[in-house]
Design a protein around this ligand. Sequence first.
Ligand SMILES: Nc1nc2c(c(=O)[nH]1)N[C@H]1C(S)=C(S)[C@@H](COP(=O)(O)O)O[C@H]1N2
Ligand SMILES: [Mo]
Length: 417
Amino acid sequence: MKKSVNSGLRRRLLFGAAGAGSLAALKPLRILAAEVGSSAASGFAEIPAGALAEQHLYALPGKVPLIKKTYRPPNFETPIEYFRTPITPNNAFFVRYHLAGIAQVRAADWRLSVGGESAGRELEFTLDQLKKDFEPAEITAVCQCSGNRRGLFEPHVAGVQWGVGAMGNAVWRGVRLKDILAKVGVQSDALEVVFGPADHAVIEKTPPFVKSLPVEVALDENTLIAFEMNGKPLPHLNGFPARLVVPGWTGTYWVKQLISVRLVSKPEQNFWMSTAYRLPRGKFKTPSFKSQVTGASEPITTMVVNSLITSLMSGQQIPHGKPIEVKGIAWDGGAGIDSVEVSIDFGASWQRAKLGRDLGRFSFREFTLVVPARERGSMVVMARATSRSGETQVERLIHNPAGYHHNVIQRLYVEVV
Ligand SMILES: Nc1nc2c(c(=O)[nH]1)N[C@H]1C(S)=C(S)[C@@H](COP(=O)(O)O)O[C@H]1N2
Ligand SMILES: [Mo]
């Protein structure tokens, strides 16, 4: 009982309750923080870190121990320490699957079939052909699950209860999808491009994880079919031998074990497009996937601006007088990060952090700011990222039924002793 109250308090403290009101109204949280005391020393909200996490950590083949959410299908998130560098290592990259029948594809057997009713012809490519016959392309981009931070939603929503680690940033290398589509010919009536994977349901009821994109997004020069991640072949659980990379768009479109690409003239209708991965229409200022808008809902599209403090742990004790290094990463849906500001006075004033090297507008961007620890007692550190399109993190959660787009300004409590 006590534990759940504490975790509730922690959650409210760190990410703000849905009804927290203006930032000024957050002042009483300082008292709550003092009450919670060192029992909050467990990282982000109820998300396990350190000792607490150990019981939930599990090493999949080829991976370091990751935070297990579900085993079958595998859903594992990245522990926070791997976000202390802007590139997420392959062996620590999160894993998300909807269906348990994951295909073990051999590179030599793999074929990509490309065609569809709005293509000029049907073609099949081997991995060697992709590597030899097309100009290579490379991009650094964040793959983030739409439901990253769903576990921090208040009120709670159903689905994988992700903490902050259902995301990663990598250098993806492969070929441009537009070059492949050009080979089959894109007819003028092409509306969407439909992507099919090799994985399938174990119980036949669930349809395969087929996703579509607007044709103009598929033809964007940044949309890749990638077979390398950070200079190595894709790990099996991250899509070996080839996956779709859609910089700026949420992870759901990044189809792994990709085997089929079809140009179509009508909106793709299957469970994963028509029912799952949808938002109440107009609730977010992200681009609209026009051909898929129906009634009151529309598909999720690009990521919202967000940031994560990685240098501090919730409840961490900091010696009085010693400066506090506030470090972390920020990212958005592709405008690029303009600024990250830090506040240590509940948002009354903000100071600009120094940004790290620019690895491109789709990448994590590091930030650092050293703040003084002048007064003893609990202290709340906040970080707020703003993109180059002027979008900034929200003070209050924009609630939605599927638990997507959590980008509430983080409020991380530390104790100056
Ligand atoms: N084949 C296949 N591809 C998939 C999925 C899936 O279930 N099957 N899940 C998608 C979702 S929702 C996300 S968030 C990303 C996660 O990529 P990762 O597992 O490499 O981290 O893969 C996407 N591609
Ligand atoms: Mo996802």
